[in-house]
Design a protein around this ligand. Sequence first.
Ligand code: MN
Length: 257
Amino acid sequence: MHTSRRGLFGLGALLAFTGTAHAAEMEAGGVLFALPVTTVPIVGSKQRFPVRRIYCIGRNYPAHAKEMGSDPRSEPPFFFEKPTDAVQYVEPGTIADHPYPSLTQMYQHEIELVAFLKSGGVNIPVEHALDHVFGYTVGLDMTRRDLQHQMGNQKKPWEIGKSFEQSAPVGAVTPALGPLAAGRIRLTVNGEVKQDSDIGQVMWNEAEIISRLSHQVRLSAGDVIFTGTPEGVGPVKRGDRLLAEIAGLEPLSVTIA
Ligand code: MN
């Protein structure tokens, strides 16, 4: 039993389950049970990136803002969060089964460049923001669009549409050699191009996103930021094959199951 837990929990947490450590843990006020830590593999490394919080910017590409019915120039950037168990790691070169979630009749894809922070802070100046980036990957901000819109229309939170387990497929993290300011971002469904743009089209670039967000919350090492999706979002159904690509990064592929 203890051996089978080894893959899920760190050694410290594992000790909490051993008979010898149990009494001492009780004395010390140890945790009641261990939780798995969400991590993402790093390209070219045996180490893994530990995920703390997942932030997503809304409507960062003008053409997507328009297709969502808003004026891209009129609003400051806004953010929402996904839980850490939204991460569905997809190994490069493999095609993972991505579960169609409950309740929705309109489940949609959003391809996004995802940034991983190695450090953080508050009120980070734009000119220093990129110093906090560890690396990047390709991600999908999968969305129960019907529920998001229903809630939005009622001036209620988006969470049911955006924040649920496995709603954020991501690939392995590629360490940053420099800022990713431009490059093709493209998503196909069953080989048909649905989203095709350039990450340079964003209204708020990576440095501005990090700076703005750090005025709202304290950013920390382990934070992950989805930087927005270009136009062309649309529905998926069971059996669809999604291929998400951003220049310079490992492609990401899932089948809706
Ligand atoms: Mn998004």
